[in-house]
Each structure stands twice: as structure tokens, then as C-alpha cells.
Design a protein around this ligand. Structure first.
Ligand code: PMT
Length: 222
């Protein structure tokens, strides 16, 4: 059990960006490569867990043994996550989910027109907040990608979304956040406690996050 603290546990990870369709050839997305979420899935598997990875479009391959479900839009991610959530022990939302989607997704390619074009957007569901409202004894972990007031925003999100903790990454630091192989993370707890780590490979960062999650799981199950 010491080297496999997640043996017999079910872990759900979300990873990558979402794609919000504008028309058959265009979409809105973000800079997430999926590396952080795929590292979490691999490390959770190596720590003994049964892992489901719900992934937006990436070029990555899941670690053998990890069950992957591919989605494109935030609404697709929402539906699958809610369906899969019920019997999980730990849920980690590393995906960068679009907060907005185009109000109208055109059936045919949108044609150029004279002058400016205004794009109307509407809100996507906040998946993490919904999970927080139905948390039960699960360990629920979010990510916060910020460019300013990183720790203050993260603590506020952890509290508001009813999380065990949130992983803050400061997007202004070169070795952290989107696309790169490393991250600089702080675990921010709803009571304001903070556990900060130096720059690490995303695989190492993933392992640290999972070890803290495993400790919390044992505490809540006692
Ligand atoms: O994929 P990589 O290139 O490796 O980059 C990793 C990462 C920077 C994407 C990752 O470390 C990260 O920070 N992911 C969360 C990015 C993000 O969308 O943060 P946010 O502050 O917008 O969202 C906060 C949390 O709510 C996240 O856990 C997110 O999954 C969740 N969320 C957000 C919006 C929404 N509609 N539903 C959600 O569940």
C-alpha cells in the first residue's frame, strides 16, 4: 500500500482544451496541450488507481492502462463528467474549459462580409461548481490558471466551488502553465493554507498532487 496509495481507488481526470464550434471550419479554443492532465492520469495509474481520463483534443496518447474518453466541447465534457462522477473517489479537473461558446453555431461556413463582425457568446456550464454541489465523500480538486492575484483568486475559487483544494499555476512564470513540460504549483486550501512547490516536471507535480489527494481521502474515509 505504501508505494500504491491509490490501489482500489477510482480517479477521474479531465485534461486539455475544449473546442467551441463557430461553423463547420472554425472554433474557439485555448492553449492547453493536455500535458498536465495526462501526467496526472499516468501518475494516478502508477500509484495504483483505476483511471478515467476525459480529454479535449490533444496530440497526446494516454498511458497504457488509462481509460480515455474524448470530447470536444465544454457541454460534452459536462455530460460525460456528470455521468462518470458517481462512483469516483478522486476527481481532478486539469482541463481548460471554455467559459463561453458562440451563441449560434452556423450550419454552413460563415461568409466574409463588409465591415466588422460581432460574435455573440453565451455561458457554458461550470462543471466544477456543479460537482462541488454534489461532493459527497469524494475528493474534489480544481486548477486555477491566473495571471494576477493568483493565490487570492485560487483560495476564493476553492471555497466557492466546495473543493478540497485547488492547484494554482501562475501563467506569468516562464516554466509554468500552458504547453510547457514543467509547472510551478501551489496547493491552496479553502481555509487559506498554502503548500507551494518549486518548478518541477509536470509528471513530478502530478505525483505530489496525487499524494496529497490520497492523504485527504484516507482522512475523510476514517
Ligand atoms: O494542458 P497543459 O498545456 O499542460 O496546461 C495545463 C493547464 C495550465 C491547462 C492546467 O494546469 C490548468 O491550470 N487548468 C485549468 C485551467 C483553467 O481553465 O482554469 P480556470 O481558472 O478557468 O478554471 C478553474 C477550474 O474550473 C478548473 O479546474 C477548470 O477545469 C474548471 N472549470 C472551468 C470552467 C468551466 N466552465 N467548468 C469548469 O469545470
Amino acid at each position: 500500500v505504501r508505494d500504491k496509495p491509490l490501489k482500489g481507488k477510482k480517479v477521474l481526470i479531465t485534461a486539455g482544451p475544449t473546442r467551441e464550434t463557430l461553423d463547420p471550419v472554425r472554433y474557439i479554443t485555448n492553449r492547453s496541450s493536455g500535458k498536465m492532465g495526462y501526467s496526472l492520469a499516468k501518475q494516478a495509474y502508477l500509484l495504483g488507481a483505476e483511471v478515467t481520463l476525459i480529454s479535449g483534443p490533444t496530440t497526446l496518447r494516454p498511458f497504457p492502462g488509462v481509460k480515455r474518453i474524448n470530447i470536444e466541447s465544454a457541454r460534452e465534457m459536462h455530460d460525460i463528467v456528470l455521468k462518470t462522477y458517481e462512483n469516483q473517489d478522486i476527481v481532478i479537473k486539469a482541463a481548460a474549459v471554455a467559459d463561453y461558446r458562440p451563441k449560434n453555431s452556423a450550419e454552413h461556413k460563415i461568409k466574409k462580409q463588409p465591415g466588422e463582425m460581432v460574435l455573440e457568446l453565451e455561458r457554458n456550464p461550470d462543471i466544477l461548481a456543479e460537482l462541488g454541489q454534489n461532493k459527497g465523500s469524494r475528493i474534489l480538486i480544481g486548477f486555477a490558471a491566473e495571471t494576477n492575484n493568483v493565490l487570492a483568486y485560487a483560495a476564493e475559487k476553492a471555497k466557492r466551488k466546495n473543493l478540497d483544494f485547488i492547484v494554482a499555476n501562475d501563467l506569468t512564470q516562464p516554466g509554468a502553465g500552458f504547453g510547457v513540460d514543467t509547472n510551478i504549483i501551489s496547493l491552496v486550501f479553502p481555509d487559506g493554507q498554502i503548500k507551494s512547490f518549486p518548478q518541477m516536471d509536470k509528471e513530478e507535480a502530478a505525483r505530489e498532487i496525487l499524494l496529497v489527494a490520497a492523504k485527504h481521502l484516507n482522512k475523510t474515509k476514517e
